[in-house]
Design a protein around this ligand. Structure first.
Ligand code: GN1
Ligand code: MG
Length: 366
């Protein structure tokens, strides 16, 4: 299959091997090796999930514009190795940046970034710093992306209020008969209902500016160079679109500060580590401090809580709807994921004062 897809792209050399790669929940990702003279060159092949991404062509238009802008800019900034500092799409033989297979599925190919790794769980404060800094640089570099506005690939993606409404609808419908098995989680979410519209309201008032944001800033979406340990390249650009930077920082808090897997069953392991949070905030603010406005600076702790809450209700909604959206490995997988999110929300609530002090301390000094 990969070999056949590869023939549609401007991939050089002979196919050697290929197989599934990474831990994404949405697209199907593969790594393929091609022999070019005496070296093996690796590529990422991805089949886009068109249940989630309804308009893959527009998605690819966004990805192409963003990667090109980042590449030209990185090169202009004199980066030592621009090819490793941003994703590069390999064009198809017809000159476009995707190929549609006989089942109507969209494929794309990226050059694989060698000697860099991604992590599902943070190991050190320094890694958290690098992830924060890499995403802030990414936001900063896209500030001057020329018009037109990027397509809103999934409308209302981080509209927590709408997510909350879909959640209550899923409870009412109870399509899978699972409501009774998650009463506690449902109650937890309902108690925190008021938090859902807060950032949307600030955006509607114009207090919180719209910027180009990544919207899926999971820790494992930044590649860390194996030698220098620097965050070199941000990946998974499908949801890059207009939004608030707070969703990006919030998702970093969600995915890096707890040191437990997203589907960890032992909830004792799930809580915010202040030192990791501090590393993350330091890294992020080292690059973003200059362009953030007050409403952004003031909500850096809140957005961590909000995005974690949002992700919890997204997993719970999918559980209630019998796992239509996320890939799952067993029937309770989405419920397990929801539980880690809600446990983390509780931990952020408990430590909100300390975390706010940390952010304010950094802001005074950068
Ligand atoms: C999905 O598949 P992946 O890892 O790129 C999801 C994110 C969620 C994440 C939860 C398009 O991301 O929004 O935060 O799972 N992407 C989409 O792990 O829904
Ligand atoms: Mg993604």
């Amino acid at each position: 299959m990969l070999q056949k897809i590869g023939r549609q792209f401007q991939v050089q050399g002979d196919f050697v091997q290929g197989g599934p790669f990474g831990s994404g929940h949405i697209n199907d990702t593969y790594l393929a090796t091609y022999q070019q003279k005496d070296t093996g060159v690796r590529y990422i092949f991805q089949r886009i999930n068109d249940h989630v991404f309804k308009d893959p062509k527009k998605l690819m238009e966004n990805v192409q514009r963003v990667t090109e802008h980042l590449y030209v800019k990185t090169k202009g900034n004199g980066a030592a190795d621009p090819e490793r500092s941003c994703l590069r799409l390999i064009p198809a033989k017809d000159g476009s940046f995707f190929n549609v297979d006989e089942l109507g599925k969209y494929w794309r190919v990226f050059r694989f970034i060698e000697e860099a790794s991604t992590y599902d769980v943070v190991r050190t404060d320094a890694q958290a710093f690098e992830a924060g800094a890499a995403f802030a640089r990414f936001q900063k570099m896209l500030v001057d992306l020329p018009a037109p506005r990027l397509h809103e690939i999934i409308p209302d993606f981080h509209n927590t209020e709408k997510r909350y409404r879909s959640f209550t609808k899923a409870i009412d419908e109870d399509a899978a008969g699972r409501v009774t098995s998650c009463r506690e989680e449902i109650a937890f979410a309902k108690e925190r209902r008021d938090m859902a519209p807060v950032l949307m309201q600030l955006m509607a008032q114009g207090t919180l500016p719209e910027r180009i944001t990544h919207n899926d800033t999971k820790l494992n979406n930044v590649m860390i160079d194996e030698k220098s340990r620097k965050g070199i390249c941000v990946v998974d650009l499908d949801t890059v679109m207009p939004g608030t930077v707070l969703n990006d920082f919030g998702d970093l808090v969600r995915t890096s500060t707890s040191l437990a897997a997203e589907d960890e069953k032992d909830l004792e392991k799930v809580f915010v580590r202040e030192t990791i949070f501090e590393g993350l905030a330091r890294g992020y603010l080292s690059e973003a401090r200059r362009f953030l406005v007050a409403a952004e600076r003031d909500n850096l702790v809140f957005c961590g809580k909000l995005i974690t809450f949002e992700q919890g209700i997204r997993f719970l909604t999918d559980y209630l709807q019998k796992d239509k959206y996320y890939k799952v490995k067993h029937a309770e997988h989405n419920l397990d994921r929801c539980r880690t999110q809600f446990k983390l929300v509780r931990s952020i609530e408990e430590k909100e004062k300390q975390l706010t002090r940390i952010v304010n301390g950094i802001l005074e000094n950068v």
